[in-house]
Design a binder for this molecule. Sequence first.
Ligand SMILES: N[C@@H](CCC(=O)N[C@@H](CS)C(=O)NCC(=O)O)C(=O)O
Length: 224
Amino acid sequence: MAHVLDVEADGSEEPPREPTRSAIIAPMRLYGSTSSPFVRRVRVVAQEVGESVERIDTATEAGLAALREVTPIGKVPTAIVDGRVLYDSHVIVDWLVTTRGWHDLAPPRDVWRTHNLVNAIDAALDGIVQLFYLRREGFAVDGTPYAQRRLDRAEAVFGWLGKELAPDKCSFDGGLGLAEIALVSAVDWMDFRKAYPTDRASALGELRARWREHPSLAATPPMD
Ligand SMILES: N[C@@H](CCC(=O)N[C@@H](CS)C(=O)NCC(=O)O)C(=O)O
């Protein structure tokens, strides 16, 4: 549903006969499921920056068909904002923080380092997501070199991330930012799907515990 905001130029509360400025603010249309770790990132950031979201549930046939109408890629998250379609969690998150600001999120102190952290998390997650898909399709992928490479990558990434933590071990940069959100979303999903033994990523336990009850993360646990 669209929210209509009428803002008067003189700031008075009386409704004007003719609004001097009128803006229609529609919520972000977000195509995605409640299980996807990439969709969760967007939902968390949207909540943090105060963006309302109308989610089209792609766990349903109708939602999937709707997704295919707006993207040739067919992946979630996909969003429609201000009449334009945005593919990929990174682009949608970028749109949110660029247009809405960071609010209480920690902006990157070193944007290139944050890109590396998030890309490493993506590499680990993408590999384990592929294993999950293959297992779900009934392929005997476990024990193959293909599977081992992805498990080794996840282990290497989590080991590296452990060394990148701030001294308090609860974040990479002293707050909840994009890398922390990406990491919590990734490991929670791996636990949810039992897709990777995250107890191997023990160096990241304090970070996970620190943010577990944070409202935007607590409100978006992975679920079917
Ligand atoms: N790089 C993408 C990855 C998104 C992605 O892999 N989404 C998965 C769900 S978790 C998906 O839509 N998979 C469907 C498919 O591969 O056909 C992003 O950051 O948004």
